[in-house]
Design a protein around this ligand. Structure first.
Ligand SMILES: [Zn+2]
Length: 605
């Protein structure tokens, strides 16, 4: 007891908290562990951490020697819930466990069943893991409101042109004249011939309804003549900056608007009300829980969407962690003036990054290419932001502590992003990202590594790209496309997502399947598309968990199942390491858990 009297009681409390924090960060950093032996193993390095925190070495040593300090080590909080079953932690030092105990949303113990169950009291819930638990799946690039909106409109994925037109005709028959028909997900890659469609084809089935159908990538829109008229898009309408109105030989618009040209119809389309927008977001969240997602990076949101997230968070109705990338002038100006919101609600919401668009998409021929498109020798794609503007935003974002996430698909856009980052003095600590990084030249690979640029990739794109990328870029460049294995081999940090609804699927199990097999999410391709770019199950799972966690500055809290991290996990039907790769897409989600709370349980469906 004599030791304790050396320092006042309140100071002991303060130092105790500081040491406990340090221990927590140590545990979460290296993935160790739960018992007293493991904790004491770390004591040797506490002094350097203590110095960093302003605690003297003497204070720490004396604290660690006091009975009070020992008691802290021995005291683990009682568990709210104990989950029992097969657990793959993705923690390299302890890859498997039989149970984990959760208190206040974090893992307080993970290991053998007997060790963990010792923490249960009569009030502890016991939940059986009916399958295999993995760290919660994250999607590093998805469009939340877009997912909800897609659930409300015609889903045209995988359809032939005749099937698309039949769906529109059916919708026109059943909805009042003049009402808008909207849909998304069509891809001419499924059609023969694989050419962009026209307004005339839609007019034949829907003359009395305005029709707006987004291409799968969301970077171009197919409209009918009714919409062309309403939006006053005619022969003499100029292409807006960063946009293209596709035209026939007589310069007449054909009914395809690319990138910024899509904004020409925005003012005549009915705008979703705040309530409708909130409804879409809720729909998307339900879908995410069914897909096994515990966190999503929303790749471009304005202030209204952010306010909806904050409302839901306040009401305790956010079932998924959201890492929101602010997009648009109003949101970026607001955040530059007010600074980042790095952690709202125990990691449930963060706004500390900006989303910028450098170019369009490859499928719509909006991706910015150094050399012309192989299937359109007059086209090089679109430049959506100028270098000088990009460099200005990079500088101010860095100064204010924001991460910059640039959409860049074409090789020229990727290079422009890297050059702007380098000019702006970006270092690996800034964790700047290139969203998609779809076409990367050999020359640019080392720059990713040197600047620590994260490649935010979408393995499900292999489906779309296998349908038309060979045509778009030709044989000399196709090896730069979706080069997942090359990026990983070069030492680039990868974070995987789906870009849904701008892709075939938003399911993380499809991400796993596509990354490992290089087949389309529907499993229909005969052989993997450029199968030398496959990665293995372990690599794929890490790009879906630890990768997004790092890309969101959350690696101490997420990305593996260890003591101190969030109790976020996904239970799937079988061990993905043991399943033949072709069967990965047959895996199903059994349960999704965020901060120890079950957000989806297949048994209740
Ligand atoms: Zn996107």
């Amino acid at each position: 007891m004599g030791h304790q009297l050396c320092v006042p009681v309140h100071l002991v409390m303060e130092m105790t908290n500081a040491v406990s924090q340090m221990l927590k960060s140590l545990r979460s950093t290296d993935g160790a562990t739960r018992n007293r032996t493991a904790w004491t193993r770390h004591n040797t390095c506490l002094c350097c951490l203590g110095a960093a925190c302003g605690l003297s070495l003497v204070a720490i040593v004396s604290l660690l020697l006091t009975p009070a300090a020992v008691a802290i080590h021995a005291q683990l909080p009682a568990a709210d819930t104990v989950f029992i079953g097969e657990i793959l932690t993705l923690d390299r030092s302890h890859p498997k466990a039989e149970a984990m105990a959760v208190s206040a949303g974090r893992i307080v113990a993970i290991g053998s069943r007997s060790e963990v169950e010792a923490l249960a009291t009569k009030n502890t819930h016991k939940v059986e893991i009916k399958g295999v638990a993995l760290p919660g799946f994250a999607d590093a690039h998805i469009h939340v409101a877009g997912v909800g909106e897609q659930l409300e409109k015609l889903n045209l994925r995988g359809l032939t042109k005749a099937e698309v037109l039949a769906k529109v005709a059916e919708s026109a028959r059943t909805s009042p004249d003049g009402s808008w028909i909207t849909g998304g997900g069509w891809d001419e890659g499924f059609w023969h011939p694989a050419v962009f469609p026209t307004a005339k084809e839609l007019d034949a089935v829907s003359a009395d309804h305005p029709v707006v159908l987004s291409r799968i990538d969301g970077h171009s829109t197919w409209i009918n003549s009714k919409v062309l008229t309403l939006a006053k898009i005619a022969r003499d309408t100029p292409d807006p900056d960063g946009g293209l109105i596709r035209r026939d030989a007589a310069h007449v618009p054909t009914g395809m608007l690319v990138d910024r040209a899509q904004e020409l119809i925005r003012s005549v389309m009915p705008k979703a009300t705040h309530a409708e927008q909130e409804h879409r977001i809720r729909l998307a969240f339900q879908q995410f829980s069914r897909w096994g997602l515990t966190s999503v990076h929303d790749a471009g949101v304005g202030l209204e969407t952010i306010s909806i997230y904050k409302d839901l968070l306040r009401k305790g109705e956010l079932p998924v962690r959201v890492y929101a990338m602010a997009n648009g002038e109003a949101a970026i100006t607001h955040y530059l003036a007010n600074g980042p919101e790095s952690d709202l609600g125990n990691g449930m919401l963060a706004v500390r990054s900006f989303k910028l668009f450098l170019d369009g998409a490859l499928g719509s021929r909006g991706a910015e290419m150094t050399q012309a498109y192989s299937d359109a020798p007059q086209e090089h794609g679109l430049e959506l932001i100028k270098d000088t503007d990009l460099e200005r935003i990079v500088l101010s974002a860095r100064q204010k502590g924001f991460q910059v996430n640039t959409h860049a698909i074409g090789d020229r856009a990727v290079k422009r992003a890297l050059v702007a980052f380098e000019k702006g003095g970006v270092t690996p600590n800034d964790r700047f990202r290139i969203e998609h990084a779809s076409i990367v030249t050999n020359e640019d690979l080392p720059l990713f590594v040197r600047l620590g640029i994260i490649a935010s990739i979408q393995p499900v794109f292999v489906g779309e790209y296998s349908r038309w990328a060979d045509d778009r870029v030709g044989p000399a460049r196709v090896h730069w496309v979706l080069r997942t294995h090359d990026l990983l081999n070069a030492g680039v940090i990868l974070a995987a997502g789906t870009d849904y609804p701008a892709s075939d699927s938003g399911s993380p199990l499809h991400t796993l399947y596509c990354a490992v097999t290089r087949q389309a999410a529907d499993g229909k391709s005969e052989r993997g598309w450029y199968s030398d770019q496959r990665i293995d199950v372990d690599q794929a799972l890490r790009t879906m968990t630890a990768g997004p966690a790092y890309a969101a500055f959350r690696e101490k809290d997420s990305g593996a199942l260890t003591v101190g991290r969030y109790a976020d996990f996904t239970v799937i039907s079988a061990d993905p390491y043991k399943v033949p790769s072709d069967d990965l897409r047959a895996l199903t989600i059994r349960m999704t858990v965020v901060a120890g709370s079950v957000t989806f349980d297949s048994a209740e469906q």
